[in-house]
Design a protein around this ligand. Structure first.
Ligand code: SF4
Length: 527
């Protein structure tokens, strides 16, 4: 394979890459050798980029999405549609496993659901039950071996696992299992659960499953497909969402209700924190075998991750975000001409801000939803190129205006800085940045990909320093109190990334790393 080495000094994320990326090119960024194809992929495919140096879209990353259906004649196709609706929860890889009641069949690949599955592949997924997964890697490297569902053949027979969340004691358990002779196939933390099930001395698979779940700690909303039935579980804190639905008498489970809407399934209820379901034919059996804990739902599901049309933790995300916008207008009022959302996640909150403040809402930034993988880079350097690929300002809305810009969060601050700069270049007189969350000061260990603590701008800088760095005329963060008033049952939420107070103990090896990590050092992101 052609191979080249070049030196590119660190000049922020939008260095020009002249070499085409279909060859292996290593570039040196601050002494760190990075594959240029990785750099290119973050520009071409910003949502799923995991490289901290070249990341043009500075957001916390969605985790994973799962979808399962039992006893439906078109199981594979329904699962495909379910994953389609959950695509926002992970764009690196996707997979579907089906059961024909004797064997399990797997198809998976890297990229978008629509690119991986075609008519022929779906046709080969025989059977009337299916389990699907979309993945963004929060633990484990990004490659096909880590795609889920993970299908294994153990002495208990074939089983497939799909997991959303992150286990906080996975590294410790993995080392113990390896010392005992276990050989790991992937770098995903989810594989630990399968090893625990396989090694359990419990009589039935369901008992072994529950025993494994009692051993792991952290966040899990997951499903296990066997040839005859599906087991579904949610951790006792309920960090990640998981709901149960019904379509023509068949049960479905999904990370978000938007997946039920797409297939015309009826919403039944949330899977309860600590609950284990066994779904077989047209029946559901429920158990609560895991120790009860005070719920700690991830509040970021409402702020940013989940789709606004989903019902999550008892309230639609759209309603929560509008409420956040209303509180933001009360907490950080300003004289302005127009409220402009950063699309898409800022839209509902901007509507709330506009309604509360009486300042008209305008779509002054237009998002390109079709940023694909094939892309011809500019021959000349273009300022803020990476952000412009995704967002374009509407000049007649912004020119000579005092703008309230509404966004959901600031992570490193680099994207906010660029957005402010393109709005300023479009002629805005003043820019007042309003954020629907408190400052993010601490990493997440429960399935959201966050940078290390020192990379989070708010962990070391004051609000005024962040405002200066971003170049806004004013900056206002929503208080945690108001965030929690905007969601249903606000006392039942995790907000550790704003407070540094984690609802569970974090294993020392995880906490030392200061972010959730791959189980295999060699596969960790470059630092
Ligand atoms: Fe969600 Fe933050 Fe808690 Fe992680 S630390 S689960 S992102 S609220």
């Amino acid at each position: 394979m052609p191979f080249a080495i070049s030196h590119i000094p660190s000049r922020g994320p939008f260095i020009s890459i002249r070499d085409r990326v279909d060859v292996d090119v290593l570039v040196d960024v601050d002494g760190l050798w990075i594959n240029a194809s990785c750099i290119a992929s973050c520009i071409l495919h910003p949502v799923s980029c995991i490289c901290k140096y070249m990341l043009p879209w500075d957001k916390l990353k969605e985790e994973c999405g799962i979808f399962g259906i039992v006893s439906h004649p078109e199981a594979a196709r329904i699962a495909y549609l379910g994953l389609y609706a959950l695509q926002h929860r992970g764009q690196e890889s996707a997979g579907i496993v089906t059961s024909d009641r004797k064997r399990l069949h797997l198809a998976s690949g890297m990229g978008y659901v629509a690119d991986i599955f075609d008519e022929t592949r779906l046709e080969r997924l025989q059977g009337d039950s299916a389990l699907g997964h979309v993945r963004y890697s929060t633990a484990g490297a990004s490659n096909l071996v880590n795609a889920q569902p993970i299908l294994i053949d153990s002495w208990r027979g074939p089983v497939a696992l799909a997991h959303n969340g992150n286990l906080t004691n996975a590294a410790t358990l993995k080392h113990e299992l390896e010392r005992d002779g276990a050989i790991f196939h992937s770098t995903s933390d989810s594989e630990v659960i399968l090893h625990l099930i396989s090694r359990s001395r419990r009589r039935t698979l369901q008992e072994a499953f529950v025993e494994a779940l009692r051993t792991v700690q952290g966040a899990f909303s997951l499903a296990l497909l066997t040839p005859e039935y599906m087991l579904v579980a949610r951790d006792p804190y309920g960090f990640r969402p998981l709901c149960l639905g019904r379509i023509n008498g068949s049960y479905v489970v999904a990370s978000e209700t938007c997946a039920l809407d797409l297939i015309n399934a009826e919403y039944v209820r949330e899977v309860e924190p600590g609950e284990v379901l066994r779904i077989e034919q047209n029946s559901v059996d429920s158990q609560l075998p895991l120790p009860k804990q005070k719920p700690a739902h991830c509040v970021f599901e409402h702020i940013y991750f989940s789709r606004p049309d989903s019902l999550v933790f008892g309230r639609t995300v759209n309603t929560s975000r509008r409420e956040m916008g209303r509180y933001l207008a009360r907490e950080h009022a300003v004289e302005a001409d127009v409220v402009v959302p950063v699309p898409d996640s800022g839209v509902s909150a901007a509507i709330g801000y506009s309604q509360e403040s009486g300042i008209p809402l305008e779509f002054g930034l237009i998002r390109n939803h079709y940023v694909g993988r094939t892309f011809i880079e500019p021959r000349q350097s273009i300022r803020n190129f990476g952000v412009k690929v995704k967002l374009n300002p509407v000049r007649e809305i912004l020119r000579d205006k005092r703008v309230v810009l509404v966004d959901d969060s600031i992570v490193r601050g680099t994207t906010s800085k660029k957005i402010v700069s393109i709005i300023r270049a479009a002629g805005a007189k003043e820019i007042h940045l309003r954020i629907t969350s408190p400052p993010v000061i601490a990493p997440c260990f429960y399935g959201i990909d966050t940078p290390t603590r020192h990379e989070l701008i708010a962990s070391t800088k004051s609000v005024e320093s962040i405002r200066k760095f971003i170049g806004a005329d004013s900056l206002g963060y929503l208080s945690l109190e108001s965030v929690l008033k905007s969601v249903a049952n606000g006392k039942d939420y995790c907000s550790a990334c704003f407070t540094n107070r984690y609802p569970t103990e974090i294993a020392a090896d995880t906490a030392d790393d200061d972010r959730q990590r791959s189980l295999f050092a060699a596969d960790e992101d470059p630092e």
